[in-house]
Design a protein around this ligand. Structure first.
Ligand code: DP6
Length: 352
């Protein structure tokens, strides 16, 4: 029997508080702006992936939540190719190593959250795939090195190689070697940070991020200003807010970023609508909470879908989670809608 080599890992979902939206190079997945994310609890939202290789396998395969996926796409192929060439370099410098780089791969992934519902499933998916194969190949690469590979699978995946607060630096090189993720701070830096996730809809989103952002780049004039002026300013404010654990600035920039991103979606032609009535009502609940508190104690953000992530600090959890749950429960017309409030008790303290 041919030997089967195997390694497993998990990668967490990350939610951007400064959003990536737009590619300057779609092939290498190089972004038009830098971004920042916060990684949610490892318990609630994760992809678990096992990578195996063996001469007994006939071809590369990938199973996601038990269903076979196409691995011939350019993004998956780019990840396989880069990881295999790193392994091949190790094998040529150390001839006693088994020749894994030439064996077919079998990848098995499971998500514990709705796929493609605006909960950044591709981010956790590609991060786990890259990390699992890197473990299988025993590559000495750092999370930042691996982020450069995961980015080619899905841009936001580069940020899921870390826990806590992560920046994806857009970089300036044409080969993309400086477009990588770096840790701004571990989750332990801000232990009171909490998040609520409102699963407004678990359905697959209407316009994928990949095609949505390309139409935005091609048609929105607002987008230019966002990439050149708004995001650089938000990157600076957000980085400082995280360093100083300044929730008011963190919250304000998080909400303004989400609004700026969805404004460029609306300015896309034809327009892209990711928010729905429930999302807009969630924004009003956050505004009510902040008005009652007399300062920003809660912040909403939405990715390419209607689900909301609400950030707040533990000392305000009674006010925020309490008001949210009662407001959602009592709003007319909301009864019977598919709204679920999950509590992510922690931000991820551990890298995958
Ligand atoms: C709105 O990373 O899914 O979630 O690189 O084409 O795979 P591709 O796009 P993707 O886009 C994520 C967009 C976003 C914002 C963000 O996560 O920064």
């Amino acid at each position: 029997m041919a030997e089967v080599y195997q390694a497993s890992t998990t990668a967490p979902v990350n939610i951007a508080v400064v959003k990536y939206w737009g590619k300057r190079d779609p092939k290498l997945n190089l972004p038009t702006n830098s971004s920042v994310s916060v990684t949610l609890s490892q318990v609630d939202l994760r992809t678990h992936t096992t990578a195996a290789c063996s001469s007994s396998f006939s071809e590369d395969t990938l199973l996601l939540n038990s269903s076979p996926q196409d691995v011939s796409g350019a993004r998956t192929q780019a990840c396989f190719r880069e990881l295999r060439s790193l392994r091949a370099a190790l094998e040529s410098s150390n001839p006693s190593l088994p020749k894994l780089s030439s064996l077919p791969l079998r990848i098995v992934s499971e998500n514990n959250f709705p796929t493609a519902a605006g909960l950044a499933s591709s981010a956790a998916g590609f991060a786990a795939l890259v990390r699992a194969i890197a473990n299988l190949y025993e590559l000495p690469s750092s999370p930042t090195d691996l982020s450069c590979i995961a980015r080619q699978g899905s841009g936001s995946a580069c940020r899921s190689l870390f826990g806590g607060y992560v920046a994806w630096q857009m970089g300036s090189k044409v080969d993309g070697s400086d477009s990588v993720a770096v840790e701004l701070a571990p989750a332990s830096h801000w232990p009171t940070m909490r998040a609520l996730i409102l699963v407004v809809s678990a359905e697959k989103k209407g316009v994928s991020s990949t095609s949505g952002m390309q139409i935005t780049v091609g048609t929105s004039e607002l987008f230019q200003r966002r990439a050149e002026v708004v995001v650089p300013k938000h990157m600076e404010l957000m980085t400082k807010a995280i360093q100083e654990r300044d929730f008011e600035t963190f919250g304000k920039v998080t909400m303004m970023e989400s609004n700026s991103f969805h404004a460029t979606c609306l300015d896309t032609f034809p327009p892209i609508f990711y928010l729905n009535d429930v999302s807009r009502a969630a924004i009003r609940v956050v505004e009510d909470i902040n008005r009652k508190a007399g300062k920003i104690v809660a912040a909403y953000t939405f990715d390419a879908g209607p689900n909301a992530v609400i950030y707040f600090e533990e000392q305000n959890s009674g006010l925020v989670a309490g008001l949210f749950k009662s407001a959602l429960g009592s709003l007319d017309g909301w009864q019977g809608r598919d709204i679920e409030v999950q509590e992510a008790t922690d931000v991820d303290a551990r890298a995958v």
